[in-house]
Design a protein around this ligand. Structure first.
Ligand SMILES: *Cc1c(COP(=O)(O)O)cnc(C)c1O
Length: 488
């Protein structure tokens, strides 16, 4: 172990300090009530500034991010986050705003909301957006609250069911359950698309709506979407679109035109703002015209004089879902990204993300099992190795082994064991921001690992060989996590 890989507490020397504060020039501080005072001192590490800097810099170098290397994580769109976005979001005119400032003093920021709402509506075919939700799943919950509110306002209170396909992202049934709706699953066909014949008997006047994503989580386009929309609308239900990964559609196809009534976007996936590690996100929710009145408050409105204002409540709104109006810094980054690409270049996002995925798939399908043939959209799923090396007495290589071995070559692993439809699922999403050279390097490594698996799977069983942490015990880590330093 390197010296600075130690925990910060282990570097501690009693009495050492990394700061000095000026003498108190303000007299005695107001004293706290006794009940609020600590009985004992804090146990904090006592270290110098240089030790703190080295400790955290070393920790950051043990991490992997999209700025470190290729990150083909399916259903997650780890595209490059342009640095220009950061520069704009950190400009003091934006970064120092306060959410309680009078609207007159933040006209520029409100204009960003206003323009983003128009732009996203045009890209998706929706009529209006709220920017209040702070994550994709938060957007789903908000969208479902809008769905419920819509039925409620029409006195249609028997609608308690939401239909979700078996290929759905886990957050979809979870959001429906959190919203107090009953989840009904519809199965997929062999070709990975929703089974329309299985959907029909589920539809009646107790259905609030269906949650779908298109392309679905297998990266496949639901070709029967028009029929599905007319069936669901036919019984008075609504269509919810999970647009977390709208990459392949951007500038090419619009959910509104497919018949969807409500949708969310993940600005932190499709629109290039950073994500991962629980950082700030943004899950704006768009709706068709007939649902606009149910959008949560507050909303940005524009007066006849062209000035912007914040409208705080409307009787029909589906409540309020965040403190103010979402994560403005994230919305601003996404706005910068959209302006940088412009209307002319936006369709290239959809086209290149689709081209990249198909290229990687075709170059690897002789060594990795491709369960569903044909053209995919921005991502695709393999089902383990064609030849995993298993033979008499030799245990074959698994998808987990592949994921661990990739780390040795400096690539982040794809999403594994999701979707649940296949036992050895490997879900790859290259995105449009990678060069052909990077994709070729990844393909070469994936082929090398497939050859290793066929010849000697033990190399894979023991991977990763070169990372600071090898294979953690994932079961113990999940069941019995040690989340803080204990002074034993
Ligand atoms: C990422 C994702 C979500 C959830 O988004 P969060 O911001 O992580 O809450 C929902 N649906 C799909 C398809 C996703 O890929």
């Amino acid at each position: 172990m390197r010296y600075y890989d130690k925990l910060i507490f282990e570097l501690s020397v009693p009495g050492r300090s990394g700061y000095s504060l000026p003498k108190n020039r303000f007299g005695a501080a107001p004293s706290l009530p006794d009940g609020l005072k600590r009985g004992t001192g804090l146990t904090l590490p006592e270290v110098s500034e240089v030790d703190v800097v080295r400790h955290y810099t070393n920790l950051s170098q043990m991490n992997f991010g999209v700025d470190t290397g290729f990150y083909p994580l399916g259903s997650c769109t780890m595209k490059y986050n342009p640095k220009l976005n950061e520069e704009i979001a950190s400009h003091p005119s934006f970064a120092h705003l306060h959410p309680l400032q009078p609207a007159e003093s933040v006209q520029g920021a409100l204009e960003v909301y206003w323009n983003m709402e128009r732009t996203l509506s045009e890209i998706t075919g929706m009529s209006a957006f709220t920017f209040n939700p702070c994550a994709g799943a938060h957007g789903e919950l908000t969208g479902l609250m809008i769905m419920r509110r819509y039925h409620e306002l029409r006195g249609d209170s028997a609608r308690v069911k939401v239909i979700v396909p078996d290929s759905a992202h886990g957050t979809n049934p979870a959001s429906a359950a959190v919203c107090g709706l009953e989840v009904v699953q519809v199965r997929s066909l062999e070709n990975g698309r929703i089974d329309v014949e299985a959907l029909k008997p589920l539809l009646d006047e107790t259905v609030a709506g269906i949650m779908m994503t298109n392309p679905n989580t297998l990266g496949l386009f639901e070709t029967e979407i028009r029929e599905i929309a007319s069936l669901v609308h036919g019984v008075g239900g609504l269509l919810y679109y999970d647009g977390a990964n709208m990459n392949p559609l951007v500038g090419v196809v619009r959910p509104g035109d497919m018949g969807f009534d409500i949708m969310h976007l993940n600005l932190h996936k499709t629109f290039s703002t950073p994500h991962g590690g629980g950082g700030p996100g943004s899950g704006p929710v768009g709706v068709a015209k007939h649902l606009e009145r149910c959008l949560p408050s507050p909303r940005v409105v524009r007066g006849k004089d062209g000035r912007f204002a914040v409208e705080s409540s409307s009787e029909d709104a589906a409540g309020q879902v965040s403190g103010f109006m979402g994560n403005f810094g994230v919305i601003l980054r996404a706005y910068a990204y959209l302006l940088m690409l412009g209307k002319e270049n936006l369709p290239l996002v959809g086209k290149y993300s689709t081209l990249s995925a198909n290229y990687v798939k075709e170059m690897l399908k002789d060594v990795y099992k491709l369960p569903i043939e044909g053209i995919c959209k921005h991502e695709f799923v393999f089902d383990g190795f064609v030849n995993d090396g298993s033979r008499d007495g030799v245990e074959g290589a698994t998808t987990l082994d592949l994921a661990k071995r990739l780390l040795d070559f400096g690539f982040h692993a794809p999403t594994i064991y999701f979707p649940l439809l296949f036992h050895q699922a490997i879900m790859i999403e290259p995105t449009e921001t990678e060069s052909k050279e990077t994709l070729d390097a990844f393909i070469a490594v994936m082929r090398k690992i497939a050859a290793e698996a066929a010849e000697d799977p033990s190399i894979l069983h023991e991977a990763p060989h070169s990372t600071p942490v090898r294979r953690p015990d994932e079961t113990t880590a999940a069941r019995n996590p040690v989340l803080k330093w204990k002074n034993l």
